[in-house]
Every structure is written in C-alpha cells, then in structure tokens.
Design a binder for this molecule. Structure first.
Ligand code: 5GP
Length: 357
C-alpha cells in the first residue's frame, strides 16, 4: 500500500483568479478551435464541446441541433444500422458527429456492417468507450480499431492518469477520454471506491498527452468527460488544459434529448440515467448481468425546453470567463489561468427562491 499525499482537486475545489485584461468586450473571445489529429491526420474546426454517448444526450435530434453550432454529438451505441442509415440520408456534417462502440465482439461486428453499408464517411469520429480503459483487452481492441479505421479520429477511454493517457495515444487514440467516477449519474466511486477528482485528472493527463507527437501535425489530445454541473465547469475544464469537454447531464432534459416527457403534478420531466444503471441494462440487455453490479443511477430531470437557448447561454458564459482572464481565444484559457483553492465555490443561499428569467 502507498499513499499519494497530494490532495487532488475537483471542479468545486477551485475558482479562477481574475486577471487584468485588454479585451473590450466578451464578443472578442473566440471559442472555435482548430486541431490536427496525430493518427487520423484530419484537421477539425469547431467548438470543442461534445454531448455524451448516452441515450438521453447522444441523439439524432441533438446532433441536428448542435452541428449548427459546430459542436459534436456522440451518438449512443444503441441505434440500429437501419436507424443510422435513415438518419445519415439527411445529415451531412461528419465533423460534428461520432459513432460509438464498446469492446465486445458484437460491437466490432456491428461496426464492420456499418462500414460495409457505406456509412463510414458519414462520421469522422469514433468513440471507443468503456468505463475502465485500464484493461489490456481495451488496448488490444484500440489497436484493432485503429487498423480498421486508419483515417477516423478515435476518441478512447476512460482513464484518469497520465501514464495510461500516454499509452492509449501511443496505441492509436487521437483523443483520450478522461473521467472515472465523475459523472452525475455514476455510482462507481460509491460502489468501488475508485476514482480521481476531475480537475487534477485533466491537468495531469493533458500535460502528458500534449507532449506526444509523431510524424503528423498536432499532439495527443484529451477530452474531459463527466462532472460538469454548472456552465462554469466547462470553462474550468478548458482552463485546466482540456482540449474537448463532454457532458451528459447538461444536455439532458431538453426537447432534443432522448426519452419521453413525463408529466407529474403539472410539472414536466425527462429521464436521465447512467448507461450502466439497472434501468439501462434492463432496457438494452433485458436485465442486470449477474456478475455486474449496476454502477449508474436513474434520475428524472425537469424538462428544459429547446437546447438552442442553453447553448447561447453557455457560449456567453465561456466568453465571459475569457474576458475575466484576458484570454482572446479558447486556446489561451489554460495559459492565462491561475486557480485558487477554495472552501466555498458558490453562494447558494437564495437558490430555493430562483425563478427562470
Ligand atoms: P455527467 O455529464 O452526467 O456528469 O457525466 C456523463 C458521463 O458519465 C458520461 O459521458 C460517461 O462517461 C459517464 N457515465 C454514463 N453512464 C454511466 C454509468 O452508468 N456509470 C458510470 N460509472 N459512468 C457513467
């Protein structure tokens, strides 16, 4: 046994110190970034915020809405090939949508069929996603996927430590997904005791990934996944060094999110649940596997209307973060950041009286 004595930090443990700035207005803050990917060789421009590949947030409807803002939707893996074919007839923004798969043989067989159906050029990103990417089998599957799809940009995870972020990039990932136990409907920490506070994971993994180059332009990149509770957390993640930030909960409850609207006592809700929750295992696999505990929660979130409204608010918040620290571009956020450790992040005393303005 060994103890690492350094305290690791989460979103709520820090705030961003304001800095003198020459920016005239928040309109001057540029949120678009351009990346070159070290394995796929592709170049991408957009706003590097991405919805989780969960059935509440990674929907066709979300992709149609978010692609208009140059944001990416990670489609969940439960769409059938026929549904994908139908969707891609009218959706022609491969830079803003991902295909998702896990490491089971069935996942790879389905991908093979998707490619044979001619859908391979409809999405430029592929997410290879498991809750625990430390498994050797995951690394082998990543190498297999890289051979199968040499020009797709591969997002692989999840891990939370620098050595494994490096390993996944060296084995074929363009972007490593960072986050274990950080998700709002995740119960991994409660059940297993395993996890890593997200801000420290982002700082440590981005530092490792950004040091990796090969013969192509660009460096290894990271995507912070899970734990974003307020819009400020997107800003904090970019300040900590995240290249992309993924969220499920902030894209749940909208018109474009998955699931039916539930009405109770005159109020509207939508479901949001973990993809390893008992609810998801029952829905997609016909029950909870005997060897596997549910590591996800089931929740119902208030119905929030059209996601486009939220996006404008989110962009405004991020631009404002940039103005406070004097960053003209999203790329500059981490260079201009000093975090301060805090005991109290927000003043919540009036939240119970809040009305929607
Ligand atoms: P959120 O934005 O809600 O904080 O986190 C979303 C992320 O939680 C997802 O992108 C995914 O990485 C993770 N996640 C989704 N479902 C589950 C689950 O059932 N169990 C665990 N451990 N993590 C989950």
């Amino acid at each position: 046994m060994r103890i690492d004595n350094e305290t690791k930090l989460d979103f709520e443990d820090i705030l961003i110190r304001p800095k003198r700035s020459t920016l005239g207005s928040r309109k001057e803050v540029q949120l678009e970034r351009t990346f070159s990917f070290i394995h796929s060789g592709r170049k991408w421009t957009g706003i590097p915020i991405i919805t989780s590949n969960m059935d509440a947030s990674g929907t066709f409807e979300m992709a149609k809405a978010l692609s208009q803002h140059k944001m990416i939707t990670a489609l969940h893996k439960f769409y059938s090939i026929d549904q994908l074919k139908e969707f891609f007839k009218d959706f022609h923004n491969p830079d803003y949508v991902t295909y998702t798969l896990g490491i089971r043989d069935e996942d790879f067989e389905k991908l093979q069929k998707v490619l044979e159906a001619g859908l391979g050029d409809k999405f430029n990103f592929i997410v290879l996603d498991v809750p625990n990417a430390y498994l050797q089998r995951f690394v082998f599957k990543l190498e297999e996927l890289r051979k199968l799809c040499p020009t797709h940009t591969i997002i692989a995870g999840n891990v939370v430590t620098n050595e494994m972020a490096e390993e996944l990039i060296l084995r074929g990932a363009d972007i490593v997904k960072i986050g274990i136990g950080s998700g709002s409907v995740c119960t991994t920490r409660r059940k297993t005791g395993v996890g890593y506070p997200q801000i420290s994971a982002i700082i440590e993994c981005s530092d490792a990934a950004h040091g990796i180059t090969n013969s192509k332009p660009g460096v290894g990149l990271i995507m912070a996944d899970g734990g974003v509770v307020h819009t400020c957390d997107f800003g904090k993640a970019f300040c900590a060094g995240a290249d992309f930030v993924m969220s499920g909960s902030l894209f749940s409850g909208y018109l474009q999110s998955g699931g039916e609207i539930i009405e109770r006592n005159g109020k509207k809700f939508k479901q949001y649940y973990g993809m390893s929750s008992a609810k998801a295992q029952e829905k997609y696999y016909g029950g909870v596997f005997k060897h596997r505990a549910s590591e996800g929660r089931y929740t119902e979130v208030p119905f929030k209307g059209d996601v486009n409204e939220f996006i404008l608010d989110l962009f405004g918040s991020l631009r404002s973060t940039g103005t406070y620290i004097g960053a003209r571009t999203l790329k500059e956020f981490s260079k201009r950041t000093t975090f301060i450790l805090v005991n109290r992040q927000l003043n919540t005393s009036n939240e119970k009286y809040e009305t929607k303005n």
